[in-house]
Ligand binder design. Structure first.
Ligand code: PHE
Length: 449
């Protein structure tokens, strides 16, 4: 017999889900991660593979996650279990929910440190330092473990407070006004780059692919970035799907969220690279890229001390609307099982993330290393990112695709996506059965050999 789980409630109104899912998707992944990875992986070839991954793997999996989440109304672990049992498949499918929670803990651990740097930059961009260049300033910010841990703590507490407040009060509300505002500021930065930066050079860097340097690493990194950016393969979108009203259309919603997410990443690239090239900065310099480039621009432009802080406030909020969704699957599970209250669950998991985050904070300074090309790197950040973003997220996504494609009963699926056009349905089935899992597997295998 199935036991009764505590219920979570539903989001009111059609827009709340779209906003919350977009809030989850749009974050540091788009504005910090995408440009810096495009930079280290050599530009346009990476961008092209990334876009391909969004279309052939990302959107089909997003549809699957939402439908599993919504039909059960539970946290990913129980949602997977219910869908499997109701389809006559093994309840072991719930393990996909568990790997997602592990991925989430690792992701949030470093996400919070980077978001903490954003918080710190609200103040740094407000008072420009005449003596230090933007890259020296990034060096100064990251050289102090105490400083990084301080801001990491603040960000984690903010995340914790919102998640404890629960879905209706906490999550839906703030996304509405602030996300469009961030989009507006990004467009402003793109225009600034068009006028003052090396815009054409940036365009060719981002859109003229050179496949001569593309290795299996580039595929792995672009695929991981696609999963990361769309919040897939670890339960965030599935957990939010549980709160989606029954009458809402899943397929078109997934397309909207995917397009918005991609648009923001491309805009971020178009805002950042013109500045990089105009200031002769190194595009492959790693996680500091967005901070160094934008600070250089804010320091030079008129009203930069005003626009800079506004930008970093909005970016921090975008990060917050993502971090709460990273925490949600685990918290929802502990709370619905009745092991802990929602608040206690949130405290427990975020404490764990906080502790692991110390590794990323100290990897910038005490435990930094130098790679083969002489660049200083953060080995801990690289490691947790690799485990969670490049392996666990695609792995989780692949299992979800295999489950929906091969094990979940079609009548249950059709119940959730009733209004879909039959041709589109066939296409989606084909992608979810074959294209998505095989793409992930072949990228994994090519990486191993
Ligand atoms: N998609 C978020 C971003 O781009 C990060 C995220 C990853 C959120 C995984 C939820 C799950 O910043």
């Amino acid at each position: 017999m199935q036991k009764t789980l505590k219920s979570h409630g539903t989001w009111i109104g059609k827009w709340t889900f779209v906003l919350a899912a977009t809030g989850s998707a749009v974050g540091l992944g788009n504005i910090w991660g995408f440009p810096y990875k495009a930079g280290t992986e050599g530009g346009a070839a990476f961008v092209l593979i990334y876009l391909l991954c969004i279309v052939v793997i990302g959107v089909p999996i997003m549809i699957s996650e939402i439908l599993i989440g919504r039909r059960s109304g539970n946290s990913p672990i129980n949602a997977m279990k219910k869908s499997a049992v109701d389809s006559g498949a093994s309840s072991w499918w719930q393990l996909v929910g568990w790997t997602g929670i592990i991925a989430g803990v690792f992701i949030l651990s470093f996400y919070s440190v980077i978001a903490g740097i954003c918080l710190n930059y609200i103040f740094i961009s407000a008072s420009p330092n005449e003596l230090l260049s933007a890259s020296e300033q990034f060096g100064q910010v990251t050289s102090s473990p105490e400083n990084l841990i301080f801001w990491h703590t603040i960000f984690m507490v903010l995340t914790l407070l919102i998640v404890s407040a629960g879905i209706e009060d906490g999550i839906g509300r703030m996304v509405k006004i602030l996300m469009p505002l961030l989009g507006f500021l990004l467009i402003f930065m793109v225009i600034y780059g068009m006028i003052n930066g090396a815009f054409l050079k940036a365009l060719s860097f981002l859109f003229t692919p050179d496949f001569s340097n593309v290795g299996t690493d580039t595929f792995l990194s672009a695929m991981g970035q696609a999963f990361f950016s769309m919040s897939l393969g670890m339960g965030s979108i599935m957990a939010y799907g549980a709160y989606m009203p029954k009458e809402q259309e899943i397929v078109s919603t997934s397309f909207s969220v995917g397009s918005l997410d991609t648009l923001v990443a491309i805009l971020a690239g178009l805002a950042i690279f013109p500045i990089i090239f105009a200031f002769n900065l190194e595009p492959g310099s790693g996680p500091g890229l967005v901070f160094v480039s934008l600070l250089s621009a804010f320091n030079q432009m008129e009203f930069g001390q005003l626009i800079g802080p506004i930008f970093f406030i909005l970016l921090s909020i975008a990060a917050l609307s993502s971090s709460i969704s990273i925490l949600e699957p685990g918290v929802a599970y502990l709370a619905e099982e009745g092991f802990l209250s929602r608040k206690q669950s949130a405290i427990t998991i975020s404490a764990l993330c906080w502790v692991i985050g110390i590794g990323t904070a100290t990897g910038f300074n005490i435990f930094s290393a130098v790679d083969s090309s002489g660049e200083t790197i953060n080995p801990f950040l690289n490691l947790v990112e690799m485990i969670s973003v490049q392996y666990l997220q695609p792995f989780g996504g692949m299992m979800i695709a295999i489950f929906v494609g091969w094990f979940m009963s079609e009548s249950l699926i059709k119940n959730e996506i009733k209004t879909i056009n039959p041709l589109l349905y066939k296409l989606w089935r084909f992608f979810i059965k074959f294209v998505a899992p095989l793409s992930v597997v072949s990228i994994f295998i090519s990486q191993l050999t």
